[in-house]
Write a protein that binds this ligand. Structure first.
Ligand code: F0G
Length: 484
């Protein structure tokens, strides 16, 4: 009787026996785990609130002036604070420290060329050194450099050469709550208008910062990069990418832009760079290194000028301010930053923190960017007026309550005008920047709990006043006091 219950069981059993392990279904799970295991650990120090109260007071209520050992979770920056891999460390041991023509340089050059496609690769000690060399060489008084949003150091170097740093990010990029997949895009119409108004001869370069750090770590789409490139090429203006977080930008293109879902992050990065004439890079971010950077370009004449200045300010052009072992670390780090498993974990873990905070009712810049979560302190602390520094107050409370160090991006950072007066900054944000491969999911869970606890105590928070400050970049060293 072929249809009997007994036959069914027999045939099922037979099938089970025939099944080889290869027939098992793939398991992914819901948790995106850290794609590494930890072999070397660095203890972090727990302090009491009483200790932190005293330490913060001694630091003039300025988290920049705290000792790192007094911080439990340090989210001041994602720059140079990442963990290197065993592959990087082992390559560093075997580095070539020759002054000229070291093999470590050629490995570095070949990795940068492979990913960016640029002909000339000039090493520098970090990103701002590449900016200094580029803008000293190309910019002069009366020039204008359009960018989606200049990062502080980029702006400073443009202005140091008496040129104007013009931010042309799309309107959506200026609204913290607005959801848009590519809030780092440049406004193409405004770019065309600028070129018409200011004249091609006064625009030595157009720049795109990917991802847009000052705008919340927001990505730029491939379409936008292509459009900027088209405009630049039509007018014969060089187009440079500030590529600090190029790998994170590639991941956003892969996951958000039609037509890129089946491309690898490396293919996407290569395409991004293909539309540009050069780039500046801080290897302290997506170079997965603790120090280093580069300036790269195709133009032979420009490269010649930039190399001369490199020799003057950084070092011989085959090390440019980096040790051979730094170049080894970057040569490997650039590829590790493009690894799909890493990028999936990286972008997801930042979003995970953002989602926890948003779920608890905290206003953050949406959607969450690649390297950081930005809290809207103006929304959280309406009782503190901008010139009593709500974001500063929140950053200090995060330290007192959770031992967390973050950074204010608000009126202490931007409010002081060159004539000595004060003006509120457009936004009062606290940035929680996530170092690469450093903290685990339980650190992030703790972080979220501490931020949410601070949110619950928000009505108790008070404003601050500045008691001493330098004339420029005051946030780094100003001393403050809480208001009664
Ligand atoms: N461009 C961008 C977009 C950056 O975020 C940074 C640094 C630089 C250039 C300068 O690079 O530090 O190597 O000289 N950003 C760090 C931060 C400092 O905390 O966001 P650098």
């Amino acid at each position: 009787m072929s249809n009997s219950f007994y036959d069914k069981i027999l045939s099922y059993k037979k099938k089970q026996e025939e099944k080889n392990p290869m027939d098992l279904e793939e398991f992914y799970g819901n948790t995106i785990i850290e794609p590494f295991r930890i072999r070397s650990v660095e203890p972090i120090r727990f302090t009491t609130m009483a200790e932190r109260t005293e330490l913060l007071k001694q630091a003039g209520y300025n988290p920049f002036l705290l000792k790192a050992e007094d911080v439990l979770i340090d989210l001041l920056t994602d720059s140079g604070t990442g963990a290197m891999s065993s592959a990087q460390w082992s390559a560093m041991i075997a580095s070539d420290e020759s002054y000229a023509g070291a093999s470590s340089f050629y490995k570095f050059e070949s990795a940068v060329r492979d990913i960016t496609g640029f002909k000339h690769v000039i090493p520098t000690h970090q990103g701002r050194a590449a900016e200094n060399i580029l803008f000293t060489t190309i910019a002069k008084k009366g020039d204008v450099i359009p960018n989606n949003t200049h990062f502080d150091t980029t702006r400073a170097h443009v202005e140091h050469n008496e040129a104007e740093a013009l931010d042309l990010v799309i309107e959506e990029g200026k609204e913290p709550q607005k959801i848009h997949p590519f809030k780092g895009n440049m406004d193409i119409e405004k770019l065309e208008e600028t070129i018409e108004k200011r004249g091609v001869e006064n625009i030595p370069a157009i720049m795109i910062t990917a991802t847009n750090n000052s705008g919340g770590g927001q990505p730029v789409s491939m379409k936008n990069i292509r459009q900027v490139s088209k405009v630049a090429r039509k007018h014969g203006i060089p187009f440079f990418i500030d590529a600090c977080r190029f790998a994170e930008n590639s991941w956003f293109i892969k996951t958000r832009e039609e037509g890129y879902e089946n491309k690898t992050p490396k293919e996407i990065a290569k395409e991004m760079f293909k539309y540009a004439d050069g780039c500046t890079m801080s290897a302290k971010k997506d170079g997965m290194s603790n120090i280093g950077g580069f300036l790269a370009m195709n133009d032979d004449e420009l490269a010649k000028k930039c190399r001369s200045l490199t020799t003057l300010t950084e070092g011989f052009p085959t090390y440019g301010g980096m040790a051979g072992y730094d170049m080894e670390a970057v040569a490997i780090g650039l590829y590790e930053a493009l690894d799909e498993g890493y990028l999936r974990y990286r972008i997801r873990s930042t979003a995970y923190l953002g989602e926890k905070l948003a779920f608890a009712g905290i206003s953050i810049v949406q959607p969450v960017g690649g390297h950081a979560v930005y809290i809207d302190a103006k929304k959280m602390l309406p009782q503190i007026p901008p010139l009593e520094y709500p974001a500063w107050s929140l950053a200090n409370a995060l330290y007192l309550i959770g031992g967390i160090r973050s950074v204010e991006i608000g009126s202490v950072m931007f409010g002081l005008q060159p004539d000595g007066t004060e003006k509120p900054a457009p936004m009062e944000l606290v940035r929680l920047a996530i170092p690469r491969r450093v903290y685990t999911q339980s650190h992030v869970d703790y972080l979220a709990e501490a931020v949410i606890e601070t949110y619950h105590q928000r009505e108790k928070l008070k404003g601050y006043k500045v008691v001493s400050e330098p004339t420029v970049l005051r946030h780094f060293s100003a001393k403050l006091e809480p208001l009664e």
